[in-house]
Design a protein around this ligand. Structure first.
Ligand code: FES
Ligand SMILES: [Fe+2]
Length: 348
């Protein structure tokens, strides 16, 4: 599957963001995750539940059913499934058919996010969920804006590669990201750890732009600004970084853009975005500005990757792919992702 050498398009032994915590309640929510229809809701106690979303009786979508206490009753013939997935009631007969349980997915609520484990249950370690507090969400010293979920007609790897090569900012976001026109000129370095790979661009002595001025009203001179793209697994990429006073090197603050990516199917993805900053905590104008910028910037990326997805699906003969130095990070991430998939499928 382009651009991976692996046949399976995504790793399954992986935590992914399934939903914003605020999306789940006592109304049934249906969402495709890694090609599987999943049904979400909360029990009467408020615990999140994720069950297979199709009724095993005659394949009616359970989203069209209703909650009966903590159980889901199918809207077609009334088979009823408990929150752990087992079938507890079949109208018109006393016994329930064997093997009639729905798959129950493990789900963990952390801050404003709900994480789902899509693989083998015995391997689900909540310690593998990215440490969001370290980069903003759930940390009392930071403020976080939650941007609306977008579901995009593109394979998730296209969004990963979009985010890992921020030189696109200069072209796609030339008019929407202040100072973006200079990003392509900033030299790139790579930093790798076992769990992350960061494509770093450290902008030096950048002139103040209206955005920085609004974020740091007392700043008078040029700034150093990090344009990081940190891969923290296929489920999460952090962009942004520290902004410092160029004269003294003092860090003024950190602005992170957190991109949570979840495959919906081999050719669709769910895109959750949070902005997080550790400055201007009591300045609501910054929240308004971040959310407003999101509504202008995000569609530019979505348009680019949906356009590429359409090319890939058109059946056109594609040119042999060429890569430049700026693609080193993205290429290494492809290899990491392939290794992760090969490790669970057992083929290479
Ligand atoms: S399809 Fe669900 S009960 Fe028949
Ligand atoms: Fe972008």
């Amino acid at each position: 599957m382009y651009p991976l050498a692996a046949d399976q398009p995504y790793p399954r032994n992986q935590w992914w963001v399934a939903a914003y915590a605020s999306e789940l309640g006592r109304t049934l929510l249906a969402r495709d995750i890694l090609g599987e229809p999943v049904l979400f809701y909360r029990t009467e106690n408020g615990d999140p539940v994720a069950l297979a979303g199709i009724c095993p009786h005659r394949a009616f979508p359970l989203k069209r059913g209703r909650l009966v206490g903590d159980a889901v009753q199918c809207g077609y013939h009334g088979f009823t499934f408990a929150a752990d997935g087992h079938c507890q009631f079949v109208p018109s007969q006393k016994n329930v058919p064997q093997k009639s349980a729905l798959r129950r997915y493990l789900i963990v609520e952390r801050g404003n996010l709900l994480w789902i484990w899509t693989g083998q249950e015995s391997l689900a370690d909540p310690g593998l969920i990215p440490d969001m507090e370290a980069i903003g969400p759930g940390n009392p010293d930071w403020v976080v804006e939650q941007h609306p979920l977008a579901t995009v007609d593109a394979r998730y790897t296209l969004l990963i590669e979009n985010l890992l090569d921020l030189s696109h900012v200069t072209f796609i976001h030339a008019n929407t990201i202040p100072g973006g026109s200079k990003v392509v000129e900033i030299p790139v370095t790579l930093a790798e750890t076992e769990r992350s790979l960061t494509v770093q661009r450290n902008g030096q002595n950048l002139p103040l732009n209206p955005l920085i001025q609004m974020q740091f009203p007392h700043q008078k001179g040029p700034v150093h600004q990090q344009f990081d793209a940190e891969y923290l697994g296929p489920c999460l990429i952090r962009t942004g970084g520290a902004i410092s006073d160029a004269a003294s090197g003092t860090v003024l603050g950190i602005q992170n853009f957190l991109h949570m990516i979840t495959p919906a199917s081999p050719t669709r993805l769910h895109y959750f975005v949070n902005t997080a900053r550790n400055f201007g905590l009591d300045n609501p104008a910054l929240a308004t500005m971040n959310l407003g910028m999101g509504t202008r910037i995000q569609p530019e990326d979505i348009d680019a990757i949906e356009t590429i997805e359409a090319v890939l699906q058109s059946g056109a003969t594609l040119p042999t792919e060429i890569s430049a130095r700026i693609d080193n990070g993205a290429l290494k991430v492809r290899r990491r992702l392939e290794a992760q998939i090969f490790a669970e499928t057992g083929c290479a």
